[in-house]
Design a protein around this ligand. Structure first.
Ligand code: C5P
Length: 223
């Protein structure tokens, strides 16, 4: 039976890394929903849309088409905004600084959630985000809620960003993660919450192999 695996949790807990590895093992599709909110934010920034003006944001959403292309051989995927591959731009700090504000807008969430639910119709899907187990797929067969020590998360994200932006500082990354977690947890629409039936995975002291092994064990239990 093909199932849906929903992975939620705080920023930089390694959700996408685990999701990608599970998808590769199971030959499932993988959708990084954070990339969708980031691509929407990139579009709004490029078009100078005022994020505080809901009408302007609603109009802008009509001009946004998103799609993913996955590359199973490298366990990676690209996101396209109106046909342009924007994968490398969406990780910039300018996008990270605004994305949680954009993702808190009701119309933006409705736009993204509808597409995510459509993509999941065929099942056989690993999706990671903040509201997958609570809002997008409340009936997902397996829900994983990931956490990790905040300072470990800061270091992980810093290393990832440093590779493309050597000017970034630990403090900038820490501030961004704290801000996003706060906004994501306290918004009205689809706040970051552990679904009641989610299994908690704290990966502060776990290797990638250990996390994958545990997740595969959980998958075997629910299938
Ligand atoms: O997962 P990632 O850190 O790339 O997500 C970027 C931002 O997108 C999050 O901080 C959050 O504000 C938003 N997001 C969301 N709901 C999701 C996925 C991401 O609100 N399902």
């Amino acid at each position: 039976m093909k199932i849906i695996i929903a992975i939620d949790g705080y920023s930089s807990c390694g959700k996408s890394t685990l999701a990608r590895e599970i998808a590769a093992q199971m030959h499932y599709a993988f959708i990084d929903t954070g990339a969708m909110y980031r691509a929407i934010t990139l579009y709004l920034l490029r078009q100078n849309v005022s994020i505080k003006n809901t009408d302007e944001v609603k109009e802008a959403l009509k001009n946004i088409t998103l799609h993913f292309e996955s590359h199973p051989e490298t366990k990676s995927s690209d996101i396209f905004l109106n046909g342009e591959n924007v994968s490398r731009y969406i990780r910039d700090l300018i996008v990270a600084d605004k994305v949680s504000e954009v993702a808190a807008i009701k119309e933006v969430r409705q736009f993204a959630v509808a597409q995510q639910q459509e993509m999941g119709k065929r099942r056989g899907m690993v999706m990671d985000g903040r509201d997958i187990g609570t809002v997008v797929f409340p009936d997902a067969e397996l829900k994983i809620f990931m956490t990790a020590d905040p300072e470990i998360r800061v270091k992980r994200r810093f290393q990832e960003m440093y590779a493309t932006n050597p000017d970034v500082t630990l403090d900038e990354v820490r501030h961004n993660l704290e801000l996003r977690d706060y906004i994501d947890s306290n918004r009205e629409e689809g706040p970051l919450r552990k679904a009641e039936d989610a299994r908690v995975l704290d990966n502060s002291d776990m290797t990638r192999e250990e996390q994958l092994k545990l997740a595969l064990q959980w998958i075997a239990e629910v299938r």
